[in-house]
Design a protein around this ligand. Structure first.
Ligand SMILES: [Zn+2]
Length: 399
């Protein structure tokens, strides 16, 4: 194959092209970097060296010097709020919102950020006003969520209902349980001011929003009992079995009291023991034990608890069983049983708690509204250890 001499000319030409391309690229980069202020690179350097505070100072310089760096100002504002520097975040977002060169969407974004700054600073009135202004914007759903939280914090239940219902329409969210709870809050408020008619109207509204709102029936029964209308109280409470029977433990003791007032002790005990068989729970067992003890004596109460312990073996049932034994044992056995009972009871008290299904917060008493995360109906209607501290039947048969 003959070597073509012209290749000697073509090769340097291509090398030349490559060299030129590289030069152009470098020049382009240099011109771009000259457009960015030195503080920007200083900031990046600080970030890379994990010195966020110095990085922020450098970026602030950039943001101050380069008014067009809107995105950077948003980023800094958000960062300040997350770091708890609410004053700085507020100033940054206020400046942004007041700028005349912002696009309408950017202005809305600035107001949305500002509203969150106010909220974080605890300026609920200002936050509320801004979020209300934002309801027709692209931030409508988020604004409604924030407003709902604000009204719940302020216990402004009427407005909370309005927000929850708006969220159902705007975002298709299921807020029936919350709406029912807000009506219950209003009902309790009205009743405490002796305004029974509006109180009952809110109970009706609660049940209309959520047919299975147990809380509404608990309240109705409690009021009827307070007004000595015991038959009515019993009727309201009995309805809970059809709504959600796992909540029956909430009214077991007062229901027995109303039945006692009507001299229906025996019927009451039969009813309670039936519930215990169908919906076993620690709190229900405690009431059934107490009622049986009062009406039929310690032997019968011990039998009831023993049967329950065998049916649903749990630490809670064992605790009650030992308590029942104490009432029946001989004097010489008493010390031993007392010791065992004290040990088991200390554990039961420590472990048998209600636990929020949303945030895990544990409480000794049942809550409709979680004191930690603010969730509604987030507490399951049983103590967390009811399931955990239960031996299963197959485990026992192998012993
Ligand atoms: Zn919670």
């Amino acid at each position: 194959m003959d070597f073509q001499a012209y290749w000697l000319l073509v090769l340097p030409f291509f090398f030349g092209l490559g060299w030129l391309a590289a030069r152009i690229d470098i020049r382009h980069l240099l011109s771009e970097s000259r457009a960015l202020p030195a503080s920007y690179f200083k900031g990046l350097n600080f970030l890379l060296n994990e010195q966020p505070d110095k990085a922020i100072e450098s970026f602030i310089e950039v943001a101050r010097a380069e008014q067009q760096t809107i995105e950077l100002q948003f980023a800094l504002g958000g960062l300040f709020r997350r770091r708890g520097e609410v004053d700085r975040a507020t100033r940054m977002h206020q400046n942004l919102a007041e700028r005349t060169d912002l696009a309408p969407d950017q202005r809305t974004d600035a107001l949305y950020e500002l509203a969150q700054d106010y909220l974080k600073a605890g300026l609920l009135d200002r936050a509320e006003a801004l979020f209300n202004d934002l309801r027709p914007s692209g931030h409508a759903v988020s604004a409604l969520h924030y407003l709902l939280d604000i009204y719940v914090t302020e216990k402004d239940w009427n407005k909370a209902i309005e927000m929850a219902e708006s969220l159902e329409t705007a975002a298709g969210e299921d807020r029936r349980r919350e709406v029912a709870n807000f009506h219950c809050e209003l009902a309790a408020q009205e009743y405490s001011h002796s305004r029974t008619e509006p109180a009952h109207n809110h109970i009706r509204a609660a049940l209309q929003a959520h047919r299975k709102c147990v809380r509404a029936n608990v309240l109705q029964g409690t009021w009827a009992q307070r007004e000595e209308r015991h038959a009515e109280a019993i009727a309201h409470w009995k309805e809970i079995e059809a709504q959600a029977p796992e909540y029956l433990f909430l009214i077991a003791a007062p229901l027995m009291e109303s039945m006692r007032q009507l001299q229906q002790n025996a019927e009451g005990l039969t009813l309670l023991q039936g519930w215990l068989q169908r919906y076993p729970a620690m709190d229900l067992l405690a009431v059934a034990y107490q009622m049986t003890l009062e009406q039929e004596g310690p032997e019968s109460a011990l039998r009831l608890v023993r049967e329950e312990l065998h049916r649903n073996p749990s630490l809670g049932a064992l605790d009650k069983y030992l308590e029942a034994q104490l009432a029946t044992v001989s004097a010489e056995q008493r010390t031993d049983v007392q010791l065992a009972r004290d040990l088991v009871h200390a554990q039961t008290t420590r472990l048998y708690l209600f636990q929020c299904g949303s945030c895990g917060f544990k409480a000794r008493t049942f809550h409709w509204h979680c004191p930690a995360c603010g969730g509604w109906d987030t507490y399951p209607p049983y103590r967390n250890a009811d399931g955990e501290l239960t031996f299963n039947a197959s485990h026992r048969s192998g012993m």
